[in-house]
Write a protein that binds this ligand. Structure first.
Ligand SMILES: Cc1cc2nc3c(=O)[nH]c(=O)nc-3n(C[C@H](O)[C@H](O)[C@H](O)COP(=O)(O)O)c2cc1C
Length: 485
């Protein structure tokens, strides 16, 4: 299912009781965030919120639209995200479609589905350019950008889709990178060094050129999700969004820069990031639950702001988990699982628990076949795109349910001999990891909690897990209701 932009999705949530409209005036400085924090932490993730009267701005603010499994699934046009995983699994399994990499697999999508049904389509105009302001009139002060936490370096755009093109090839990238507002016409550009936006900038900078950038807010929620998804470089996020929504994303050319943006967006902030310029960005209350420290990042200069006649400003709040972004991460965990299994078929299931804030913990259930199998899986995960950031991987046997972290704690701690079973490796770590001795470089830990084999140096007897005998269990079932318990 395809939405005609963010407000179409909001309408669906509203009609289904998944949205709360807040009529009283609220402050984008800390207040909206404080309300959203409580709602996101309520059971199941709370409702989507639409703040209709925001102090200092004529535009409403929408937040927590992705903040539950149901709404995340609806955002992608399905009843449950597993449907997309199953579709991708089906594509992988088609005879003759065994590409050797995840990039190869995603590259297949346009071959298997008619390109016209999913490839971005240029149109001559769109509602995102109903209102066009350029030069001094293009002011960020009109947009209700939230300040989320008291120690933040300023207000931040928290749900932006950042569009750039590769120098030379013109290949597009769309990534979600937070945007700190410095003043009405200038922002930061938080391109972490491992990300594609950062590579595009480095390539322009090496040529001594400024890079054109469009910051998009809104559009079909499938595209917002696609901007967060760890797609291989060669896969266009707009094409991937077309695959998810089964309809092309319609694109219009920006007014002041050579970038195409979704025609149905709420706002488009056009601008340029000059080569050779850095400015302090942050601190920012981050998804780790800590402030990410201030650092030097490129600077974005606004050249135009275009928007719908009556736009809604979409935002999110990150912070101590659980928050809305957990559901974006859960969608990725499920949607990418069939692709991970192409390379690692021994993985039966995996879980990135919410407390691990995406990168800190992966619980992995495998069908172990040979000595060192758990270590092989860990090393492969550390070599798999953004999974390289996983700080701790716990590998368990096939009879452990990784969707139940309590069971993993019990089984893993009972099974390990720490000296033998814990592996440390050095490598790239998440830029936001404040504990690594150096920024972006540090250690990672793998815990092999599988049952040990004699070839792994274990020559003692391995005990069975306790369970009552099946015939007694059956008899207890029969008399249970008579026991008065
Ligand atoms: C709410 C949210 C905020 C994010 N903020 C940033 C950010 O400020 N900088 C960054 O490099 N990645 C950020 N990310 C992660 C990237 O969006 C993600 O790694 C994405 O896959 C990057 O796309 P790329 O591979 O095209 O660079 C954020 C993700 C989410 C969900």
């Amino acid at each position: 299912m395809a939405y005609a932009g963010l407000q179409d999705f909001i309408k669906r949530l509203d009609n289904s009781g998944e949205l709360r409209r807040i009529g009283i005036e609220v402050d984008p400085y800390l207040e909206i965030a404080a309300i959203a924090d409580r709602v996101m932490k309520s059971p199941g993730g709370g409702a989507g919120l639409l703040f209709e009267h925001v102090k200092g701005s004529e535009f409403p603010v929408a937040i927590n639209l992705f903040g539950s499994r149901k709404r995340m699934s609806w955002a992608l046009g399905v009843d449950d995200i597993e449907e997309i995983a199953r579709e991708i699994e089906g594509l992988v399994k088609l005879p003759g479609n065994m590409p050797s990499s995840i990039g190869g697999m995603l590259g297949l999508a346009p071959k298997l589905l008619p390109l016209t049904s999913i490839a971005p389509k240029m149109v001559s105009s769109g509602p995102c350019q109903d209102v066009v302001k350029t030069g001094a009139k293009a002011s960020l002060d009109e947009i209700p950008i939230l300040t989320c936490w008291p120690g933040d370096g300023g207000p931040f755009v928290t749900l932006p889709l950042v569009f750039t093109k590769e120098a030379g090839t013109g290949k597009r990238n769309v990534g979600m990178y937070r945007i700190q507002k410095y003043d009405a016409h200038t922002t930061g550009m938080h391109w972490q060094r491992h990300k594609v936006g950062s590579r595009h900038y480095a390539e322009y900078e090496a040529l001594g050129k400024d890079i054109p950038v469009a910051i998009v807010l809104g559009g079909d929620p499938a595209l917002t999700y696609a901007a967060t998804a760890p797609l291989p470089d060669e896969i266009d996020e707009v094409l991937f969004a077309g695959f998810l929504r089964k309809r092309p994303v319609e694109m219009v050319r920006c007014k002041t820069i050579d970038i195409e943006v979704p025609a149905d967006a709420e706002f488009v902030i056009e601008g340029v990031v000059p080569a050779g310029l850095r400015r302090t960005e942050g601190p920012f209350g981050d998804h780790t639950g800590y402030y990410s420290l201030a650092d030097e990042y490129p600077v974005f200069n606004v050249t135009a702001i275009t928007h719908r006649k009556k736009p809604v400003y979409p935002a999110t709040l990150v912070g101590p988990p659980p928050m809305e972004d957990h559901w974006l991460g859960k969608a990725t965990e499920r949607i990418f699982f069939p692709l991970i299994r192409m390379v690692l078929p021994e993985i039966i299931d995996y879980n990135l628990p919410v407390e691990g804030a995406f990168h800190n913990l992966a619980l992995v259930r495998i069908r172990k076949r040979y000595p060192g199998h758990a270590q092989k899986v860990m090393n492969a995960i550390w070599g798999l795109g953004q999974m390289m950031f996983t700080k701790c991987i716990v590998v368990v046997d096939e009879d452990v349910d990784v969707q139940n972290p309590a069971e993993v704690v019990w089984r893993a701690l009972a099974n390990i001999d720490p000296h033998r079973d814990i592996t440390f490796v050095n490598g790239p770590v998440d830029v936001l990891d404040h504990a690594s001795p150096r920024m972006a470089f540090g250690s990672k830990m793998g815990i092999d909690a599988t049952r040990k084999l004699p070839e792994e140096g274990f020559d003692r007897e391995w005990p069975e897990i306790l369970a009552t005998s099946p015939d007694v269990a059956k008899r207890v079932d029969v008399i249970w209701s008579k026991l008065g318990l």
